[in-house]
Ligand binder design. Sequence first.
Ligand code: GLY
Length: 364
Amino acid sequence: MNKINRREFIKTTALTGAAAVTSSIICTGGASVFGRNLPSLAAQKQAAVGKPIAISSGNGTKALEKAMEIINQGSDALDGVVAGVNIVEDDPNDMSVGYGGLPNEEGIVELDAAVMHGPSYRAGSVAALRNVKNPSKVARLVMERTDHVLLVGEGALKFAKAHGFKEEDLLTERAREAWLKCKENLNKEDDWLPPHSIEDTDIGEIYEKYLRHYGTIHISALDTYGNLSCVTTTSGLAFKIPGRVGDSPIIGAGLYCDNEVGSAGSTGRGEANLLNLSSAMIVEWMRQGKSPEEACLLACKRVNERCREKRLQDDQGRFKHGVTFYAINKRGEYGGASIWKGDTYLIHDGIEVKRKECAYLFKK
Ligand code: GLY
């Protein structure tokens, strides 16, 4: 296999005037991967006239800035989006992603992530990965360095270690305290007690906000060559059953990208997207001519209309959990929508990050 540093590659192909690369080139050091028969980066660069754009969930300000900094330097969108989410994965203060993410019901952090690369139509993902804080990097390696798409649990960890990732404890004090508070208040009949006095007779309360907390970051980006890529990474549902996997690492559910059409992803209740393959649907709706916002709204409608379980509906029969969608198309148009009013997304137009209101189905 020909391994070549990307900078070297650009220099060499520019000097020799090479117009196209006909065999796949894998670049080390976190650089791009280009598929068979695709134009070389040099050729694409000459053709590059496009304005880049990137969209993310509302927790992605720094991530989008990093992603666009890299894309604006002429890098592939995948390089940008992965570097962007790495910032959030490393951030102990985001309790829905990577290091500092809320753990499963046993107090162990389990992470899910996936990447999809438009130009090569490839994807990689990991699920229920423990002790590695950048699952998006491991997902990318699954795409680049295996014949598979998805690795889970122990196998994913062994694969990460084979590639030099070090194991570390991902549970921060803040996340451990949140987990303990939930555990102590979950069941008034069990042996775990929250702080109380000897006068108290009714001890404990249910902490709804901890019990059903879904976080996640998604970024989709269009680079200066008009190529699309995306990433979704998460610690998943807080205090989940060990081994629970949400939508984030499932291609078509938590993210999807078609280089001819657009790219989409989601945050929120992953089970809804697993049942509806929402991100793939959004891309297909865009293919049929819907705008990114219209396509995201259709995904919200589909989640709501297909739900048959009363426990998931409010007293008016509406899907009561939060699910939010983000999409961009090949022309650089963008949009976001959520089931419930109040959610926002971020857009980077190549110059700055702007926060936008999501379209929505219902108002509380
Ligand atoms: N959307 C994140 C999850 O459900 O795990």
